[in-house]
Design a protein around this ligand. Structure first.
Ligand SMILES: Cc1cc2nc3c(=O)[nH]c(=O)nc-3n(C[C@H](O)[C@H](O)[C@H](O)COP(=O)(O)O)c2cc1C
Length: 186
């Protein structure tokens, strides 16, 4: 069974990301072609990157890095739920990504972005970051608008069509996860 992490990319008190990620998880749990788990970067209390060696060497020295690496390693694919901050992803998510290397390699990512323009600029930035980590990114993405998918720009009430958009992205994610699994050591 393909294992997929739904990663909450914001850590801010009062973040909207939490309700978005729970919606993703609720829809994903109805599927039987993969298993899904919510992963909240906030739970890992990662400081700004404090590893002396580049993560690509895999010589993690800090306990928090080892715990984060052990969490990410077993997954075949990731759904990044990302806010858009100043036309990019959140610093917290970029920092959490930077901590690791091989735990991401030869896997697959899909995106759920939210913001005034559907989080599209944050997702474009994440696609570049994923390329360096040898993560394949699927074309379909979920774009949630602060104006039409949130009441008063604060209460998450997604347009019902967004469920189909999410499932299209998950279809691609699962297909590619199955393919990429074959290039990783057993
Ligand atoms: C530092 C900061 C920068 C932001 N910049 C953008 C932006 O460039 N584009 C955008 O669409 N929304 C921007 N916003 C609005 C966010 O999309 C909105 O606050 C959203 O709720 C953030 O996600 P979160 O609540 O999960 O943290 C910004 C918000 C913050 C806090």
């Amino acid at each position: 069974m393909i294992k997929i992490a739904i990663i909450i990319g914001s850590t801010r008190p009062g973040r909207l990301g939490e309700s978005v990620a729970h919606w993703v998880n609720e829809i994903a749990q109805k599927r039987s072609d993969a298993s899904f788990e919510l992963v909240d970067i906030k739970d890992f209390n990662l400081p700004l990157l404090d590893e002396p060696m580049p993560p690509s060497l895999g010589k993690y020295s800090q306990e928090h890095t080892k715990v984060w690496a052990a969490k990410i390693d077993p997954f075949d694919a990731f759904v990044f739920v990302t806010p858009e901050y100043n036309h990019g992803t959140s610093g917290a998510l970029k920092n959490a990504i930077d901590f690791l290397y091989k735990e991401w390699n030869n896997k697959v990512a899909g995106f759920v972005g939210y913001g005034s323009a559907g989080g599209t600029r944050a997702v474009e930035q994440l696609r570049l970051i994923m390329a360096e980590l040898q993560v394949a990114t699927v074309r379909s993405q979920v774009m949630l608008s602060l104006f039409t998918d949130f009441e008063n720009m604060s209460v998450f009430k997604p347009d019902p069509r967004k469920e189909q958009s999410l499932n299209s992205m998950l279809d691609q994610l699962i297909a590619w996860s199955t393919a990429l699994k074959t290039v990783r050591p057993a």
